[in-house]
Design a protein around this ligand. Sequence first.
Ligand SMILES: Nc1ncnc2c1ncn2[C@@H]1O[C@H](COP(=O)(O)OP(=O)(O)OP(=O)(O)O)[C@@H](O)[C@H]1O
Length: 255
Amino acid sequence: MSLLLEARFLNKRFSNVDALDNVSLTVNRREILAIVGESGSGKSTLLATLAGLSPADSGHVLYRDAEGLHDIAAMDEMRLRRLQRTRWGYIHQNARSALRLDVTAGGNIGERLMMNGARDYGEIRETAARWLDEVEIGRERIDDLPMHFSGGMLQRLQIAATLVTNPELIFMDEPTTGLDVSVQARILDLIRTLVHRLHVAAIIVTHDLGVARLLADRTVVMQGGAIVEQGLTDQVLDDPHHPYTQLLVSSVLPS
Ligand SMILES: Nc1ncnc2c1ncn2[C@@H]1O[C@H](COP(=O)(O)OP(=O)(O)OP(=O)(O)O)[C@@H](O)[C@H]1O
């Protein structure tokens, strides 16, 4: 297992709330990590901090590439932005806010390729078409505007636009929450297939333990900004040690 991302003793406070309380974790290459916990436990704050979108008050997020280990807080803005749009990807719960609804489906995928230096129009269009097939939207929709797409299709398009540059790490914040249950199942299946095939590491925030069980190799459980338990997903969910995880697993707590 080789380390890709590491959080060391992250703390973050909002007025009188500890959103992150001494959080440490690691993510290895090709590994899928779930962050679970009830609403307000700090999951989204942790994801945004790991992804370099929101700084911690203290602690470090370290990213490893071929050159070594880098503290993302010490990277200059341009380098961090480049990392975020090349080697990393972020899939938001709300695809509408992540996509450009007035740009064609193909354009949304192509834009990310162009941000990464692609220039050949024919190649960009062919790659976008291939990805529309890949996420089961279908290449015939390439010139359609996403504003006419269903919620599930928007999420598929966001997945295509994120994975098209072959990132090594993706961050996902409740990627299926709010969609119909049958749509959720198909999108989770798509994510699982693509993530495994592309060998991409992923950190997925979810309040749904079923999502963690389906996708994640390891799971961390958060309560009140702190990690109270972490381990292999099957171990954490089948044999929880912390009383809070036991409550979560027995569905006593509201999600
Ligand atoms: N920008 C902010 N300003 C003030 N408090 C915040 C802010 N963002 C988060 N918080 C607080 O920090 C705590 C953790 O919030 P966070 O959104 O990370 O939890 P969560 O587990 O992702 O919850 P949810 O599942 O509802 O999104 C909560 O008490 C929340 O109210």
